[in-house]
Write a protein that binds this ligand. Structure first.
Ligand code: ATP
Ligand code: SKM
Ligand code: MG
Length: 176
């Protein structure tokens, strides 16, 4: 039974490596919705990879582009949207996410996030001497913000993508 609050969009939030893109794509397929990823939309629009945008325009420049993408994407209907890990930092993004869809926070420990992201160089905020410490700092700042916007918190620790998807579908069926 679709709830009144649910216009049919699912928005995924969480830190880098939480599985927003991976789980989001599978969820969209299973739920018959169109999948979008704000990071991919920004890259398609600019024709540049995210590390390049950070290099040329700084994090602030990227955040502006991200806010525009979130504004546009949250207007769409019947979608699953994987948001960039830092999208919740902007209160306008948080309001748009809450207003236009059902928000799912995928969480994991900083240690697990590190294991899932350490082989990939496409996350400029993790290109530091100590990416594990950086993930812990980001977790401390952002975990409350993810919880603030979330309708549902999913612990992804020690869960395969497929078992998470099954759990998520069950929860969504019950709650939405
Ligand atoms: N539940 C899980 N268990 C183990 N590995 C996972 C899980 N979810 C995702 N992964 C793996 O972790 C890596 C990062 O996942 P993904 O790119 O989906 O994260 P993300 O939340 O979209 O990150 P970002 O915010 O940087 O875009 C991928 O290699 C993915 O296969
Ligand atoms: O956590 C973050 O701030 C980021 C996460 C990624 O999804 C990208 O949006 C970018 O690398 C920044
Ligand atoms: Mg992603």
């Amino acid at each position: 039974m679709p709830g009144m609050k649910m216009p049919g969009n699912f928005f995924l939030v969480g830190l880098m490596g939480a599985g927003k893109t991976t789980v989001g794509r599978a969820l969209a397929k299973a739920a018959g919705k169109t999948f979008y990823d704000s990071d991919h939309e920004i890259e398609a629009k600019t024709g540049a990879r995210i590390p390049t945008i950070f290099e040329l325009e700084g994090e602030n420049g990227f955040r502006q582009r991200e806010a525009e993408a979130i504004t546009e994407l949250t207007q769409l209907k019947n979608i699953v949207l994987a948001t960039g890990g830092g999208a919740v930092l902007n209160p306008l993004n948080r309001a748009a996410l809450r207003r236009h869809g059902y928000v799912i926070y995928l969480c994991a420990t900083p240690e697990e996030l590190y294991q899932r992201t350490c082989h990939d160089k496409n996350r400029p905020l993790l290109q530091t001497a100590d990416p594990k410490a950086r993930l812990s700092e980001l977790f401390a700042i952002r975990d409350p913000l993810y919880r603030e916007v979330a309708d549902l918190v999913m612990d992804t620790s020690q869960q395969s993508v497929n078992s998470l998807l099954q759990l998520l579908l069950k929860e969504l069926e019950r709650k939405t």
